[in-house]
Design a protein around this ligand. Structure first.
Ligand code: E4P
Length: 220
């Protein structure tokens, strides 16, 4: 499963990229607003060191304006993925933009029926939001299971399931067990994936025992 980082904070992306775990980036208007920076400057900077897909969301709501915005965003770098909302206009824009060779991420997906439409519109990625479903008392991961089953019925569908609105390491693990193609993960959650108290405890014991031997590997 690929890991994308779900942030527009360039320093966070740069730092996490050094772990070798970053296969791409997703941004949205709220994440960009949080940075207080110019959208195009942020995208240019991310694309200067990330070669995987970098999602950039349109803000128009009618198809022709979404297409115009998508074309503009696509010109910034060849790894820009145009993000469109899961509306009829968004799906029209998706069809046109993928037809022109752009990658498109259809976002704000909350049902298997919507995911079916995204695949039929030729989306490169569909983004089901698991955390926001959990927030209203539904199991977001059940949606990922349903979409996986649905997409696996049809060889013609090559849309990747990009699990979004991830809130915990458990979301990431469950997404991988289901066979989702991508998880887009907030920086703090990505860092949290490594945590286990028995790892820390075990390492402390090994180091304490090693010190008692008085040896140094580099002196050998
Ligand atoms: C990413 O593509 C989504 O916009 C993002 O994961 C939404 O996350 P949130 O529900 O935590 O805002």
């Amino acid at each position: 499963m690929k890991f994308f980082v779900d942030t527009a904070d360039v320093d966070e992306i740069r730092d996490l990229n050094q772990t070798g775990m970053v296969d791409g980036v997703t941004t949205n208007p709220s994440l960009v607003a949080k940075t207080g920076r110019d959208f195009v400057d942020v995208l240019d900077e991310i694309c200067s060191f990330i070669s995987g897909p970098v999602s950039a969301e349109v803000t128009a709501t009618d198809a022709s304006s979404m297409i115009a915005e998508g074309r503009k965003l696509s010109q910034l770098a060849n790894n820009i993925t145009v993000k469109v909302p899961l509306t009829w206009d968004g799906l029209k824009a998706c069809k046109t933009l993928t037809g022109e060779g752009s990658m498109v991420n259809v976002t704000l997906c909350f049902s298997a029926a919507q995911a079916l439409l995204a695949a039929k519109a030729g989306a490169t990625f569909v983004s089901p939001f698991v955390g926001r479903l959990d927030d209203i008392g539904q199991d977001g991961m059940e949606l990922i299971e349903d979409i996986r089953i649905l997409y696996d019925q049809y060889d013609a569908f090559d849309t990747e399931i990009l699990v979004a609105s991830i809130r915990s390491p458990m979301h990431v693990t469950r997404a991988a067990l289901i066979g989702a193609d991508v998880a887009t993960i907030p920086p703090a959650t990505l860092r949290g994936l490594i945590n286990h108290p028995l790892t820390d405890k075990g390492l402390a014991t090994f180091l304490a025992d090693w010190e008692k031997t008085g040896q140094s590997i580099l002196d050998k």
